[in-house]
Write a protein that binds this ligand. Structure first.
Ligand code: ASP
Ligand code: MG
Length: 407
């Protein structure tokens, strides 16, 4: 007997038929003698609908009230899921985040889980119930409803698995695992049987949308065994996220390619080069809570510096305003923004033991005439910023160049 947490995303609870299919799957696990905790998202599209509704009444919705509104999506699906289970003769009980007591901080719309009270869930499991918990939501210590950020149900699933010391956390979605890249762009993309936790973290942070990045961090920290599977298929092992690199010669150099259209580039041109200039530029950006990703600084022969960095597209204007305010003070010649960029990253632990991976990537892009604007590397990742219109082409040629279509 095992304790399994199964998290189902929006497409897996999109309508009564899908919820019935979910219930039959849970019934099969129950029949094998397992204890099952189910975490569900809102029906697909529901969270977007609720946000749009809120914006009609308040263009920039109050965060506390927005959480009150958007958390309702999951309250609907937990009740429906419990009913579907009961209809199959299975004892089931649903809980909102605040009923469980998934305690978070008070950062509305992006709260972090501080503590989970597992008493009720354990008692219910021991009395033979399937427990259905609302994803994406919690409660702060003052009793306010909070949410965990978009895609946050993954984090609820992993956090519950950690709190309950579950044997496995299964993430059911509309794809049957983690792919070498998005099959909508590269039809030859291949499902990975396993991927290391570190690679998954890089892929998620570089733009792969399969798992919310915070859930992967959580899984790593608490050593939760994670598996990504399709809720549309009866069989299949999905992709297992492993903690050890398998020590074999077959280890591919690259495991996956991620891409991201969400960033924009900010360039500060012709700043006199002197100590403290990076701080003068990035200090005010950080004070405004704007996350910066890639940073490049270049000093020319004339002693002035060009400083370039990327931020989320939504924050480009805010960043430009801040810099234009200090432009005279820092003595910059020009401040420019560009939101027609994309980031493409290759990720793989195999890079550690291979040289020439970067040059192969750059050669492949050069052969297609794709100009690289920025580069950022880590031990297991190389990311490049290119013109947005070349993004899909770049992903396709890199997928081929690194032979990712071959098993
Ligand atoms: N329903 C929430 C969202 O769409 C949480 C989730 O699906 O994970 O972001
Ligand atoms: Mg999701």
């Amino acid at each position: 007997m095992a304790l399994i947490v199964q998290k189902y995303g929006g497409t897996s609870v999109a309508n009564p038929e899908r919820i019935k299919a979910l219930a039959s799957r849970v019934a099969r696990y129950k029949a094998l003698g397992h204890q099952v905790v189910v975490v569900v998202s809102a029906m697909s599209g529901e969270t977007n609908r609720l946000i749009a509704l809120a914006r009609e009444l308040m263009p920039d919705p109050d965060p506390r009230e927005l959480d009150v509104v958007v958390s309702t999506g999951e309250q609907v699906t937990i009740g429906l899921t419990a009913m579907a289970l009961m209809d199959l003769g299975i004892k089931a009980k649903s809980y909102t985040g605040s009923q469980v007591r998934i305690v978070t901080n008070s950062a509305f719309t992006k709260a972090r889980i501080l503590h989970i009270d597992d008493a009720k869930i354990r008692a219910d499991l021991n009395s033979g119930h399937v427990v259905v918990v609302a994803g994406f939501q919690g409660v702060d210590e003052h009793g306010n409803i909070t949410t965990l950020g978009r895609g946050g149900s993954d984090t609820t699933g992993v956090a519950l698995a950690a709190a309950l010391k579950a044997d496995e956390c299964q993430i059911y979605t509309d794809v049957d695992g983690v792919y070498t890249t998005d099959p909508r762009i590269v039809p030859e993309a291949r499902r990975l049987k396993s991927i290391t936790f570190e690679e998954m973290l890089e892929l998620a942070s570089q733009g792969s949308k399969v798992l919310q990045i915070r859930s992967v961090e959580f899984a790593g920290k608490y050593q939760v065994k994670l598996r990504v599977l399709s809720s549309f298929e009866e069989e299949g092992d999905g992709t297992l996220i492993t903690f050890e690199e398998e020590d074999n010669m077959e280890q591919p150099i690259i495991s996956g390619i991620a891409f991201n259209r969400d960033e924009a580039k900010v360039t500060v041109l012709g700043v006199p080069d002197r100590p403290g200039i990076a701080y003068q530029i990035l200090g005010p950006i950080a004070d405004a809570n704007i996350d910066v990703d890639i940073i490049i600084q270049n000093t020319g022969a004339d002693g002035t510096t060009d400083f370039t960095f990327t931020v989320h597209k939504n924050e480009l204007n805010k960043a430009l305003d801040i810099l234009r305010n200090i432009q005279a003070h820092i003595g910059a010649r020009e401040i420019a923004g560009d939101d027609k960029i994309a980031k493409v990253s290759i990720v793989g632990v195999g890079m550690r033991s291979h040289v020439g991976v970067a040059s192969q990537m750059f050669r492949t892009l050069a052969e297609e005439g794709i100009n690289i604007q920025m580069i950022s590397t880590s031990e297991i990742k190389i990311a490049v910023v290119i013109e947005e219109k070349y993004m899909e082409l770049a992903v396709r040629v890199l997928h081929k160049a690194f032979e990712l279509e071959e098993a």
